[in-house]
Design a protein around this ligand. Structure first.
Ligand code: ATP
Length: 351
C-alpha cells in the first residue's frame, strides 16, 4: 500500500516526560484510519503533530512524498474537526462555513458558491442563515465538517468528532460521514477511544498504548488476530484466563488454568505464564476440543444475542455469546463452555 501520509521516527516529550518515541505511522491515499487507545496514550498528540499544531521533537512528517515537518499548520491545507467543533456561536451557519475559506484569504464575494456546495454536501442548505447556537449537536457537527471540507483539504483529521452526540445520533452521523468521505475520496484520520466507532468508520485501526502503536490492521484482523492481550481486550470482548504452560509439542501447548487444561496453538516454553483468550461467539454451551465447567453469574438477554457470564477468579473472565434470546439459562446454572483449540488466542502474561 502506498504511503500518502508518512510519519517517521517521531518523538515528543512534554516537560521532560516522553509521550512517544520513534513513532512510525503511515496512511494510504483515500484511506479512513482511526487512532484508538485509552486516555493519555498519545492519540491527540500524534494528530496535532500531523496537523502542525504541535511540533515534533524528532522525526519527520511526509505528505505525498514531501516533508512538511517544518511547514506551519495554516500552510499544510490539512483540516481538523475538533471535539468541540470550535464554531463561532454568534455567526450564522453560512458564515461559519465561509470562515474556512476566508481564513485562507478568499474574498467574501467568492465564497458564496462554495459555501452553498459545502452546505448541500452535509444536507444543511436550509439552515444557512441560522445562528449556529440554535442548532442541535448533530447539525453543529455537520457544519464543522462542511467548514473543514470547503477548503478541499489534502487530509482531514477528526478528534473525537462524535463524542458530544448521543449514541443513536452518533451511529447515524458515523455512517453519514463515512459515506461522504468515501464519495470525495478523502483521506481521513479519526481519533477515538470508542472501539465500536473505530471499527465502524475505519479501513484500518492503529491501536495505541502508552505512546506506541501495538497493532495497525483492518477491523476484522484486529478482532480475529489481536497481536497482544492489550489489543484483544481493547477491541471486542473475550473469555480471558491466566494459566501456565505444562506441556508443549511442535504445534500445540497445553495450558493449566483454574478451570481446567486448555489446548493452545503454537509451541511455548513449559512453565511460561500465559493469558489465554477466546472470542465469546466462538464458544458453544457444549463440550469442544477445549472445555471448561462454568457456573453462570448472569445470563444477559441483549436482543440479538444473549451473553452468558461465568463466575471467574479475579482477573479472569468467562464469557459466551449465543445468537438470539432463547437459551433458557439463568444465574446459578452449571454449563460447559466448549471451543476449538485453533480459536484460542495465547499471549505471554504481563509481568
Ligand atoms: P485523551 O483520549 O484523553 O484525549 P490522548 O490519547 O489523546 O488522550 P494525549 O492528549 O495525546 O492523549 O496526551 C498524551 C500524554 O501527553 C498525556 O499524558 C498528556 O497528559 C500529555 N500531554 C499532552 N499535551 C500536553 C501538553 N501540552 N503539556 C503537557 N503534557 C501534555
Amino acid at each position: 500500500m502506498g504511503k500518502y501520509l508518512d510519519v517517521t521516527a517521531v518523538g515528543k516529550a512534554f516537560k521532560g516526560t516522553t509521550v512517544m518515541s520513534d513513532m512510525h505511522f503511515s496512511v494510504a491515499r483515500g484511506e479512513l484510519v482511526s487512532l484508538l487507545g485509552p486516555s493519555g496514550c498519545g492519540k491527540t498528540t500524534l494528530l496535532r503533530i500531523i496537523a502542525g499544531l504541535t511540533p515534533a521533537d524528532t522525526g519527520d512528517v511526509l505528505l505525498d512524498g514531501r516533508a512538511i515537518t517544518t511547514v506551519p499548520a495554516h500552510r499544510r491545507n490539512i483540516s481538523v474537526v475538533f471535539q468541540s467543533y470550535a464554531l463561532f456561536p454568534h455567526l450564522t451557519v453560512a458564515e461559519n462555513v465561509a470562515f474556512g475559506l476566508r481564513a485562507r484569504g478568499t474574498a467574501k464575494v467568492d465564497c458564496g458558491p462554495k459555501v452553498t456546495e459545502a452546505l448541500a454536501l452535509v444536507r444543511m442548505s436550509e439552515f444557512a442563515d441560522r445562528p449556529v447556537a440554535a442548532l442541535s449537536g448533530g447539525q453543529q457537527q455537520r457544519v464543522a465538517v462542511a467548514r473543514a471540507l470547503i477548503v478541499d483539504p489534502v487530509l482531514l483529521l477528526l478528534d473525537e468528532p462524535f463524542s458530544a452526540l448521543d449514541r443513536k445520533l452518533r451511529e447515524t452521523m458515523q455512517v453519514e460521514l463515512k459515506t461522504l468521505l468515501r464519495e470525495r475520496d478523502m483521506t481521513a484520520i479519526f481519533v477515538t477511544h470508542d472501539q465500536d466507532e473505530a471499527m465502524g468508520v475505519s479501513d484500518r485501526i492503529a491501536v495505541m498504548n502508552a505512546g506506541r502503536i501495538e497493532q495497525f490492521a483492518s477491523p476484522a484482523d484486529l478482532y480475529a488476530r489481536p497481536a497482544s492481550a492489550f489489543v484483544m481486550d481493547f477491541v471486542g470482548l473475550s473469555t480471558r484466563l491466566t494459566g501456565e504452560v505444562i506441556d508443549t509439542d511442535a504445534d500445540q501447548s497445553i495450558v493449566r488454568t483454574a478451570y481446567g487444561t486448555i489446548k493452545t496453538p503454537g509451541k511455548r516454553l513449559p512453565g511460561e505464564r500465559v493469558t489465554v483468550g477466546v472470542r465469546p461467539e466462538l464458544i458453544k454451551t457444549e463440550p469442544g476440543e477445549n472445555s471448561v465447567s462454568v457456573t453462570l453469574a448472569d445470563a444477559m438477554v441483549l436482543g440479538s444475542k444473549t451473553q452468558l457470564h461465568g463466575r471467574a477468579n479475579d482477573g479472569d473472565r468467562l464469557l459466551c455469546e449465543l445468537p438470539g434470546m432463547g437459551c433458557g439459562l439463568s444465574a446459578g446454572d452449571s454449563v460447559t463452555f466448549g471451543w476449538a483449540a485453533a480459536d484460542t488466542l495465547v499471549y505471554e502474561a504481563a509481568p
